[in-house]
Design a protein around this ligand. Structure first.
Ligand code: ADQ
Length: 482
């Protein structure tokens, strides 16, 4: 198995003494996929971070490393060299300023630049070339090698890998998973190089996305832009004499790890306090200003909550060198200041705002002790925070999850309360409903939510992906399209 992602599962950094070390990247993807790469002696291809000097030996994991990447030897890792200029135009430019807003249905924020696109093509080719090095080491005559490409950073990488494997007669299976939404045809067609993107993704055998709607959008775009024959019922696209399977494969979280963390975490919120919790990267897709405004409206319309509840918003700094993100930071600082200035009393402030990363143990404590988790993105591929919250709800009676229908999580966490974050009154009313929900209803809803996340955790997701791509090879003969 070869996994390709924009970043390696750890960042290579210099410590105080100038030695190169690995800094583990936490996250469900790494937790689930790294052990499989280790078990099968596979490889992980990705950018190692700006501190790594190319050609220098890669650091091995330290003997006391207990993270999921500890078993990845340097021979299992292929770092992709990207110059600072290339990284700027490919990552900050094309990925963050073009694809991120466009795929989140915010075309007004998207920058369409030929220079960014050129950098994207070049970077994808570099990822492909480095993957090819791994193929030479790994491909045998027996089992096909699985090449698993992750996310919108690498939508063009598959084509060159497929061509090379065909030339060398290597048996491979190419899978792609998109972690963000796939937009509708009306939006996707705005991208000037849309054909190349679709063809790049169709160079795979399997294209996985979080939910059915994104898959249907993708299939529709293939049909309307490329004129390919598609079967929307069986989710197949015919391309270059092959059939590409498109599958909804909703990602899960390491459920039992979050339960253990929640069991061990210290109390974070006093028992007599009701906290509404928000945890997000500081990103304009997460609907943070709307969330603060809905909370403000609640205090106006329901003054009985004054001095009784608190909104605890934890926001991780993200993409801090992109202009839109700097502006959002300023907007949040102002809003928090205004609302706190307006409602604070001598002993209480309505909003506690943490701008920073917190450790997973402490985070699990907040998830466990909060009365409500307030997840209101304007658009979100899935949203793991909603899932982590329910995993950590081990206290009785439990809290309430509110989630936006515009997140993938809103489509399959059916027992959560849904609210449209664009509509402040509806959001405020939903918050009020959650704060006054009877205990038995909270328990019933939370039990269902927790059961589903426990059954469909991140390992389930990974196995589902592997099964879906394996099924293709079992079928062998092409499927007849209507
Ligand atoms: P993200 O946009 O990063 O992921 P999300 O799914 O919410 O969004 O994951 C955020 C992660 O960061 C969570 O695991 C959370 O615990 C962590 N986190 C958030 N705030 C934190 C803080 N202050 N301190 C520490 N940790 C914090 C993309 C897509 C999503 C999709 C995922 C996975 O945008 O839609 O769900 O990939 O496919």
């Amino acid at each position: 198995m070869i996994v390709i992602s924009n970043r390696l599962p750890f960042v290579i950094q210099k410590d105080d003494k100038g030695s190169t070390i690995r800094k583990h990247s936490a996250g469900g993807l790494v937790t689930a996929v790294a052990p499989v790469v280790v078990e099968h002696n596979g490889k992980w291809v990705g950018w190692p971070g700006p501190d790594y000097d190319f050609g220098a030996p890669l650091p091995e994991s330290s003997p006391d490393d207990t993270t999921p990447t500890a078993g990845l030897k340097s021979s299992n890792v292929i770092p992709v060299p990207l110059s600072p200029n290339l990284y700027q135009s490919y990552y900050n430019g094309c990925c963050n300023e073009t694809f991120w807003p466009l795929f989140h249905s915010m075309p007004d924020r998207a920058v369409f630049s030929a220079d960014y696109w050129e950098a994207y093509v070049e970077a994808n080719l570099l990822f492909a070339k480095n993957t090819i090095k791994g193929l030479d080491d790994m491909c045998t005559d027996d089992e096909p090698t699985l090449v698993w490409i992750h996310d919108y950073h690498l939508m063009l990488a598959a084509h060159a890998i497929r061509e090379y494997a065909a030339k060398k007669q290597y048996k491979i299976k190419l899978g792609f998973f998109l972690h963000i939404p796939f937009p509708s045809w009306d939006l996707f067609r705005l991208f000037p190089w849309a054909d190349e993107i679709l063809q790049g993704m169709l160079a795979c055998d399997l294209v996985g996305m979080h939910i059915h709607d994104y898959c249907i959008n993708f299939i529709d775009c293939c049909n309307r832009r490329l004129g390919t024959r598609v079967d929307s019922k069986d989710m197949l696209v015919e391309h270059g004499g092959r059939y590409v399977r498109v599958a909804p494969l909703p990602i899960g979280i390491p459920f039992s790890r979050f339960v253990s963390l929640a069991k061990e975490a210290k109390r974070t919120i006093p028992e007599d306090k009701k906290v509404v919790l928000g945890v997000d990267r500081l990103d304009y897709t997460k609907g943070l200003p709307q969330r603060l405004k809905a909370f403000e409206l609640l205090l106006v319309k329901h003054p009985e909550y004054i001095e009784k509840i608190e909104l605890l918003q934890i926001a991780v700094p993200s993409r801090t060198d992109v202009k839109e993100y700097m502006e959002l930071k300023e907007q949040m600082d102002q809003l928090v200041g205004c609302i706190n200035g307006r409602f604070s009393t001598a002993t209480w402030s309505p909003i506690r705002y943490i701008y920073g990363t917190i450790g997973q143990q402490e985070l699990a404590g907040f998830y466990r002790d909060a009365a409500i988790c307030f997840v209101t993105p304007l658009r979100d591929g899935m949203n793991l925070v909603a899932k982590e919250f329910v995993a950590c709800q081990i206290n009785s009676p439990p809290g309430v999850l509110i989630v936006s229908p515009f997140a993938g999580a809103g489509q399959n966490m059916l027992e959560a309360l849904l609210c449209n974050p664009y509509e402040l009154t509806e959001t405020m009313d939903t918050l009020h409903r959650a704060l006054t929900m009877p205990e038995d209803e909270r328990t019933l809803r939370m039990n269902y939510l927790r059961k589903r996340e426990q059954n469909q955790d991140v390992n389930f997701w990974m196995k589902s992906f592997l099964k879906a791509i394996g099924r293709l090879s079992e079928e062998g003969s092409p499927v007849v399209l209507p």
